[in-house]
Design a protein around this ligand. Structure first.
Ligand code: PBG
Length: 328
């Protein structure tokens, strides 16, 4: 037997070769940092299940955004944590509500350098913690929720949001919000549709991050994790309704859905590496069980390799700052 003449290892033999042969390199501009802003907070407050992530005050938010702009990431996604919650999520549409106030502050600070994005969903603002309003039987009322999303879209557009992140998973939400924006002459405001958003256990730490009051679960509106074809259907519907960007969420446990979406979508496809994905990697790294930096890079690379054009990740800023000091 002669030695094999086909030797893929030829292109792996040195750091220089591996660098040249690499198919996927995540660029800082592809990263979006989710940030939490708490109403009435003077100091940033740590989130125990997300070590290194905090609920920002307005001042610490501004400082974080300046850092993010300097690191050259692509954007930020804002989440508000209000003091008061009620059945209809009034704080979401109040111009003085925390998310709208934070959006104004963010746009004034870094609106030219970063795409300032806002979560368009009621769950942080409702006392029952659901993404919509409830009917008399306590079920999430799809069409009544759309009325609130329309109002929320206008409030966020008025606050200067540069991308509305529709994460509530109500049927018809993209069409409804597009219609409302257009009727108000806001053709300029784009929509990011959380199209294939699964009912995932990996949102666990997020519930602490926004002090969610949710009892029960979101399985009547978020997708069942067993369903791949349905993920693609949701993407297609949101594209037809006018989404400018579609999203798959979570990222790592839905890379097949992400690849399907990337294949089929005529608009950019993003993925959200969610709180539980952050917590897993961070916890294991803190225990010395995995190399945190390598795990972060591998996870982001896998998400982009599967087809994501951009990634929402709590690692976005740290990774971009670290990469600036590396040869990559
Ligand atoms: C809804 C929303 C959620 C997340 C982002 N937007 C919570 C949910 O659907 O339960 C989760 C993000 C994460 O876990 O990092 N406002």
């Amino acid at each position: 037997m002669s030695a094999p003449h086909i030797r893929p290892r030829r292109l792996r033999q040195s750091p220089a070769w591996r660098r040249l042969a690499r198919e996927t390199l995540v660029h800082p501009a592809q990263l979006v940092l989710p940030v939490f802003v708490a109403e009435g907070g003077d100091e940033p407050r740590p989130i125990a299940s997300m070590p290194g992530v905090v609920q920002h005050s307005l001042d610490s938010l501004r400082a974080e955004l300046v850092r993010a702009a300097e690191a050259g990431i692509g954007g930020v996604m804002l989440f508000g944590v209000p003091v008061e919650k009620d059945a209809r999520g009034s704080g979401a549409t109040d111009p003085d509500g925390i998310l709208n106030v934070a959006t104004r502050a963010a746009v004034a600070e870094v609106g030219d350098a970063l795409v300032v994005q806002t979560d368009l969903c009621l769950d942080e603002f409702t006392d029952h913690g659901h993404c919509g309003v409830l009917d008399s039987e306590g079920r999430v009322d799809n069409d009544a929720s759309l009325v609130r999303y329309r109002e929320m879209a206008l409030a966020q557009a008025d606050a200067g949001s540069q991308l509305l992140g529709l994460s509530g998973m109500m049927d018809g939400q993209v069409a409804a919000v597009r219609d409302e924006l257009d009727a108000a002459g806001r053709h300029d405001v784009p929509i990011l549709a959380y199209a294939a958003k699964y009912a995932s256990a990996f949102y666990g730490p997020f519930r602490e991050a926004v002090q969610s009051s949710l009892q029960g679960d979101r399985r009547s509106y978020q997708l069942d994790p067993g369903n791949r074809r349905e993920g693609l259907r949701e993407v297609q519907l949101d594209v037809e309704e006018g989404a400018d960007v579609v999203m798959v969420k979570p990222a790592m446990s839905f890379l097949d859905v992400l690849a399907d979406a990337a294949d089929a979508s005529p608009v950019p496809v993003w993925a959200y590496q969610v709180s539980g994905e952050y917590a897993m990697i961070t916890a294991a790294a803190q225990n010395g069980w995995i190399d945190g930096d390598r795990a972060v890079d591998e996870s982001l690379q896998s998400i982009v390799r599967a087809g994501a054009d951009a990634v929402l990740s709590y690692f976005a800023l740290d990774a971009a700052e670290r990469w600036a000091g590396e040869r990559r």
